[in-house]
Design a protein around this ligand. Structure first.
Ligand SMILES: Nc1nc2c(ncn2[C@@H]2O[C@H](COP(=O)(O)OP(=O)(O)O)[C@@H](O)[C@H]2O)c(=O)[nH]1
Ligand SMILES: [Mg+2]
Length: 250
C-alpha cells in the first residue's frame, strides 16, 4: 500500500484538485473539515487547494477561515468571500472562476460530506476516465444518517420524481458531493439556469444530456452536528419549480 501511494505521488502530480467549500455560518465546522481535507489529501498525495466561499456569515466564519489560512498556507487555503448571502449556485460559479485545478470537487462544509471519500472519487475518476463522479447515498454502502423522516422523505421524493420525469441515469440527483473535470463543470454551469438546491439536480441531468460520463461512489451522508440547515419551505417550492422547468425545457 505504501509503495502504491508513493507511486501515486510521483505519477499524479500533473493533476490538481480544487475543493470548493461554500460556507454560511459554519464557524464550528470549518476547522474540522479543513483539517480532514488536509489529512486525506496529505495521505493520498494528490495535489490540491481549498477555496472557501463565505457569504458574509454573521457568525464570523470568514475570520476562522483567515486563521486556517495562516496555519495551512495561502497556497492551500484560498479565501474568495462575498459580501452577502447570494445562494449556493452562484457561490459555486464564483468559486470555479478562482479554481486552478484541472479537477473540481464540490462538497458541503458542514461535515455531512466526509473528506475520506475523496481519494475514492479520484480513483473512480481515473479508473473510468469519467467526466464527473457523483457521491451516492442510494447505492451500495451509501446511506443517510441523522435525518428525520421529513428530510428523508423530501430527499427520496425529490430523487424519485426526478428519476421518473427526467431519467438521468444516476442514483443520487440531489446530493452535492461530486468531482468534476474543470472544463466539464464550466460547460455545465453555463448551461444551468437554476440557482438554489435544484442546481445539483440540473447539473447531473444536463451532464447526461450533453453525453458526459458519470461514475458513482457510495457515500454515507451524516446530518450536520453544528449549526442549522438552510433548507426551508421556500427551497422545496423552488426545487419543484426548477424540476418542472427542467422537465419542459430538456
Ligand atoms: N456561500 C454560501 N454557502 C451557502 C449558502 N447556503 C448554504 N451554504 C453552504 O452550503 C452547504 C450546504 O448547506 P446546508 O445548509 O448544509 O444544506 P443542507 O445540507 O441541504 O441542509 C453548507 O456548507 C452551507 O454552509 C449561501 O447562500 N452561500
Ligand atoms: Mg448540510
Amino acid at each position: 500500500m505504501a509503495s502504491r501511494r508513493g507511486n501515486a505521488k510521483t505519477r499524479e502530480q500533473s493533476d490538481k484538485y480544487s475543493v470548493l467549500l461554500p460556507t454560511y455560518n459554519e464557524r464550528d465546522n470549518l476547522p474540522l473539515i479543513v483539517w480532514l481535507l488536509v489529512k486525506y489529501f496529505g495521505e493520498s498525495g494528490y495535489n490540491y487547494e481549498i477555496i472557501v466561499i463565505d457569504d458574509g456569515s454573521p457568525d464570523g466564519t470568514l475570520q476562522i477561515a483567515e486563521q486556517l489560512q495562516k496555519i495551512y498556507g495561502a497556497d492551500k487555503i484560498l479565501l474568495r468571500p462575498r459580501a452577502k448571502k447570494l445562494g449556493l449556485g452562484t457561490a459555486y460559479i464564483h468559486g470555479i472562476k478562482h479554481a486552478s485545478g484541472n479537477f473540481i470537487i464540490i462538497m458541503d462544509a458542514d461535515l455531512s460530506h466526509h473528506p475520506k471519500f475523496i481519494p475514492q472519487f479520484i480513483e473512480k475518476q481515473k479508473e473510468g476516465g469519467y467526466d464527473l463522479v457523483s457521491g451516492t447515498r442510494y447505492r451500495g454502502d451509501g446511506g443517510v444518517y441523522g435525518w428525520d423522516l421529513r428530510r428523508k422523505l423530501i430527499s427520496r421524493g425529490a430523487n424519485f420524481i426526478t428519476q421518473v420525469l427526467l431519467r438521468p441515469g444516476a442514483s443520487d440527483l440531489t446530493g452535492s458531493f461530486r468531482l468534476y473535470k474543470t472544463e466539464v463543470l464550466k460547460k455545465l454551469v453555463e448551461q444551468c439556469v437554476s440557482k438554489g438546491y435544484v442546481f445539483q439536480m440540473e447539473m447531473i441531468v444536463r451532464a447526461r444530456q450533453l453525453g458526459y460520463t458519470v461514475g458513482e461512489v457510495p457515500i454515507s451522508f451524516v446530518d450536520r452536528v453544528y449549526g442549522e440547515s438552510k433548507l426551508g419551505g421556500n427551497e422545496i417550492v423552488s426545487f419543484l419549480k426548477g424540476l418542472l422547468t427542467l422537465f419542459v425545457t430538456t
